[in-house]
Design a protein around this ligand. Structure first.
Ligand SMILES: CC(C)(COP(=O)(O)OP(=O)(O)OC[C@H]1O[C@@H](n2cnc3c(N)ncnc32)[C@H](O)[C@@H]1OP(=O)(O)O)[C@@H](O)C(=O)NCCC(=O)NCCS
Length: 178
């Protein structure tokens, strides 16, 4: 368990799968900018087959209520020493700083536990909330990936953001001994 002030990150477990599959099929959870997606519970179960170091985290409030997920994955190839992150919260949990805290915790965890030099994220240019999250968590906008993902019948641009190890410098929420 990665513990923050208002939220904790917990690696996904088998009992989370029904809710996770529900979230993944609900446009209101994925929001208006993520690719439209339909996945079965069996697809969600495959998540448990990924190595522990790449499993998604459930974002929980301190009372244990599950408010969303945050995931990290390899960019192009595992040997590239960089990771990409993605996240979604249920609508009722948004606008309270929870995602920003979850991103800061994950960034701390990834730089503390892995020999990576960079963490990146992509977001639709219209997704101002996600851009604010990344900027508040210390990411910098690098530029635009043109027509990089297909959703809702069209190819869309994405802003690419990153944080480098030397910009991170020190953990913001986790401690080196946690
Ligand atoms: C993006 C998302 C994860 C943000 O989560 P969150 O917990 O609400 O984020 P935070 O509260 O930490 O910060 C959001 C910031 O954006 C602002 N914001 C929210 N909606 C906004 C909008 N439509 N326009 C401008 N700013 C907006 C909030 O006011 C807040 O800024 P502030 O701290 O300066 O007040 C959430 O909106 C979500 O789950 N969206 C659907 C899925 C998604 O888009 N995922 C990201 C894909 S890249």
């Amino acid at each position: 368990m990665l513990e923050g002030k208002n939220v904790n990150l917990r690696i996904i477990e088998k009992e989370d799968l029904p809710l996770f599959a529900e979230w993944f099929n609900k446009p209101e959870v994925l929001g208006e900018y993520n690719p439209v997606h339909q996945g079965s519970r069996t697809d969600a179960e495959k998540m448990l087959e990924t190595p522990n170091e790449l499993k998604p985290f459930i974002i929980e409030m301190k009372d244990g209520s599950k408010i969303g997920f945050i995931a990290h994955f390899c960019v192009l190839h595992v040997a590239n020493k960089q990771l990409e992150i993605g996240y979604s919260l249920v609508p009722s949990a948004r606008g309270k700083g929870c995602c920003t805290e979850a991103v800061k915790i994950l960034v701390d965890y990834l730089f503390l536990s892995k020999d990576i030099g960079r963490i990146q994220a992509q977001t639709d240019p219209g997704n101002v909330a996600s851009q604010k999250v990344l900027e508040k968590a210390g990411f910098k906008k690098e530029g635009i990936l043109r027509k990089t993902f297909f959703t809702r019948g069209e190819w869309r641009d994405a802003y690419i953001y990153s944080i480098l190890r030397e910009e991170w410098k020190e953990p913001r929420i986790l401690t080196k001994t946690a």
